[in-house]
Design a protein around this ligand. Sequence first.
Ligand code: ADP
Ligand code: MG
Length: 318
Amino acid sequence: MIRVSHLSKRYGDHTAVSDISFHIEKGVIYGFLGPNGAGKSTTMNILTGCLSATAGEVMILGHNIEEEPMKAKRHIGYLPEIPPVYMDMTPREYLLFVLEAKNVPKKDRGRQLESAMEKTGVTPMQHRLIRNLSKGYRQRVGIAQALLGDPEIIILDEPTVGLDPKQIIEIRELIRELGKSHTVILSSHILSEVQSVCEKVLIISGGRLLAVDTAENLARLLSGHEKMHLTVAGDAAKALLLLETLPNCRIAGTATLENGETEITLRPLSDCDIRKSVFDLFAANGLSLLEMHTEKASLEDVFLTLTANPDEKEAQTE
Ligand code: ADP
Ligand code: MG
C-alpha cells in the first residue's frame, strides 16, 4: 500500500528524519512509536503530501506522492497533530465543507457524511458548535474528516494526546474498529497504547527507524526488561540466599526501607512468570512476603535495548 524508500528530511542543518525505509501492508494497524522529537509527525506529513522530503521516495498504491500528488492523496485520510477543525462550525457543516474541499462527487456526499458520523459516533453531536464539544468529540470529528473521500489508508498523528482516560479508551476502541476496514497508521509516544492497538510497530528515535516488528515480538523483547519488586520483613539475608536459588531470575538490587523492611528487586528472565515460585519459596521457608509487584518495561528500556543490541534490530528495509 505504501512504500517508503530512503526518506530524509532536513530543516536547515538539523536532520529530523534520516534515511528511513519501510513498507505498509493492507489491512494492518501500524504504530509509529517514539519519544517527542523522534520525527513521527515529520514522517507522517511527508507520507500524506503535506511536506516535501529532502531525499527519498514515497509511493502510495503505485503513485509517487511528489509526482502524482492528487492520485496518491486520494487514498489517504489524515488527522494531523493539530486537528484542522473549525470551532465556529457544527460537525455537520464542517464535514460538508471537507467533502467539498476533497472534491467528493455531490451524489456521494450525503452517504459519506452519514457514514463517517456514524462510524465515529458524531451523529448525536452533529448540530452543536465544535467549540462546545469535549476534546474527545472534537477528536472524533477530526477522525470523521479523515474518513471522508473513502480512503483505504487512515493516518492519525497522536490521536489520543490531551484526552482524559475515558476518552482515550473510546478513541482506541474506535481505531481498532476502523482497522477492520482500513489500513491504519497512528503515532504515539506511549508504549502501552501502541501495544494495545497496533499489530505492527515501527520504532523511531532521533529521526532513525530502529526496528519494525509485530507488537507480539515487541512484548517478548520487553519481557526481559520487567522488574519485580518484593517487600520483605524479617531475615532479608536468608531471603536473598533463597532467591539466588531460583533459576528464572536474578537479583537486581536490595534496599533497606525506613521501617526496617527490605525491598528486593528481581529481574525475571524473558517470558518467565516467577510470581508463584517466589511466593512458594517464602511460604515454604516461613519468611514474610509483604508485597510483590511487577514494573513493566518503559519506552526508555526499549530504546536502550535496541540501541545496545544491534543483533536484535530487525529493521525491515528494501
Ligand atoms: P515527533 O512528531 O516525533 O515529536 P517531529 O517530526 O515533530 O517529531 O520533529 C522531529 C524533529 O524535527 C524535532 O527535532 C523537531 O524539533 C524538528 N522540527 C520539526 N518541525 C520543524 C520545523 N518546521 N522547523 C525546524 N525543525 C523542525
Ligand atoms: Mg509529533
